[in-house]
Design a protein. Structure first.
Length: 427
């Protein structure tokens, strides 16, 4: 099969994949965000997932012919009609009640359905609960295209494993799970990914198995982090250093090295709700999954209360205290602010009538303002603070001269446990 690939959605997942495919195949990147497309056509990725030099190496000015490698970015439906493999990489968030939002998948399936031809393959990468690809997406493809599933067109599922901000474990270096709606299509999908993924692939027996494998990956991490977060709460009451305990326990060969902290982002903090939703639909109420989510979602409030306790112990007046919060993204060295739990710490501190200043050299102020209604600063303030709270371990914070920010009795609270002796207290 002479592949011409279309990647639907050019965000943190789609762009790195499209760039990688474009090194060997004619590739079209499609996104409904015109501003995003214009940015990429100029050879720049504001998410910083793809370096400008690598992006510019594969960019072409028009849709390439099958057999000619290159990446053409567009927001026009006409430009993707000639493709025969469509890879959907749109986000799958949850609403305020933690219910899965499948709207981006429905809309993307409608888009693909409008251009779908006989023999085409549609591969979904978005994280979903088992059954979404075949039970929710395929009917949309059939309805819009008028074609018959597994006769006229076929589907596959290959869950994304992108780790935002990680320049070591890039997309081609992470083993990829693949699957197809028939054994033959599974082999084609697997061979396609195997041709660009240097880490190799694992062909799952069914699409549902691949979907389930993805959703439990992050659920497992969520539960493990919830366990150490609970330990932190317990050991705090016992006046025991949690990090010291974990370091000691970590000397055993099979102890898992998880650390306490804030659990956000668009994967670990979301995926368990997808599995929980499906579990409840089939009549099972998941206890461990949801208990882990509740505990991790409570950590922002816990951190803020611990900061207040430590301030009171130091005779720092809490009401109207000036607090510097270091970091607002969901993880270190990454500009992504989606579902960040650092915002919980900020809001809780504000509930105590504290004056908070949020400094993050990675986050974009307009995105934070749009998502959370919060003003941040991108330059370190020239001021003194009653408390400094590190919530994200950006590299810029590792050697920060705290003395310039202190007023003599300033509390330095380290949520991430990375400041060593520079911190007065840590989670």
């Amino acid at each position: 099969m002479n592949h011409k690939i279309c990647v639907i959605g050019l965000g943190y997942v789609g762009l790195p994949l499209a760039r990688l495919f474009a090194t060997k195949y004619a590739t079209v990147g499609f996104d409904i965000n015109t501003k995003r497309v214009e940015e990429l056509r100029k050879g720049h990725d504001h998410t910083l997932e793809v370096e400008d030099e690598l992006l510019q190496e594969v960019l072409v000015n028009q849709s390439p012919e099958a057999g000619t490698p290159g990446l053409y970015c567009t927001d026009h439906l006409e430009d993707i009609k000639g493709c025969n493999v469509y890879v959907v990489t749109v986000p799958t968030p949850v609403d305020k009640h933690h219910r899965p939002i499948l709207t981006p998948l429905y809309k993307s399936s409608e888009t693909v359905g409008k251009v779908l031809k006989k023999g085409d393959i549609v591969v979904y990468e978005s994280t979903v609960y088992p059954g979404v690809t075949e039970d929710e997406c395929v009917p949309v493809l059939e309805k819009v295209s008028g074609l018959k599933f597994n006769e006229d067109f076929f589907v596959g599922y290959s869950p994304e494993r992108i780790n935002p901000g990680d320049k070591e474990h890039t997309v081609e270096k992470i083993l990829k799970v693949t699957s197809g709606s028939t054994p033959e299509i599974g082999k084609i999908v697997d061979d396609l990914y195997k041709s660009v993924i240097t880490a190799g692939t694992h062909l799952a027996p069914t699409i549902k198995v691949a979907e389930a494998a993805k959703v439990i990956e992050n659920s497992q991490r969520d539960i493990n982090i919830a366990f150490v977060n609970e330990l932190a709460k317990i050991f705090n009451l016992m006046n025991i250093d949690t990090h010291a305990v974990l370091e000691a326990a970590g000397t055993k060969w099979n102890f898992l090295p998880f650390k306490p902290g804030l659990v956000g982002g668009h994967c670990i903090g979301v995926d368990p709700y997808y599995l929980a939703q499906k579990a409840q639909e089939v009549g099972y109420h998941p206890e461990i999954l949801l208990a882990g989510r509740r505990l991790n979602d409570s950590m922002g409030k816990f951190v803020a209360s611990e900061v207040v306790k430590q301030m009171l112990k130091r005779d720092i007046h809490v009401n109207h205290a000036k607090v510097l919060v270091l970091g607002i993204t969901f993880k270190e060295n990454c500009p992504d602010v989606r579902n960040t739990r650092a915002i919980d710490v900020v809001r809780e501190l504000q509930e105590y009538d504290m004056e908070t200043v949020v400094y993050d050299p990675w986050a974009k102020g307009e995105e934070v303002k749009h998502e959370y209604g919060l003003e941040i600063v991108s330059e370190l303030p020239d001021d003194h603070f009653d408390a400094i709270v590190l919530t994200v371990a950006h590299k810029e914070f590792m050697n920060l001269d705290m003395s310039k920010l202190k007023n003599g009795n300033t509390l330095v609270y380290d949520v991430k446990g990375v400041l060593g002796g520079a911190a007065d207290a840590r989670l």
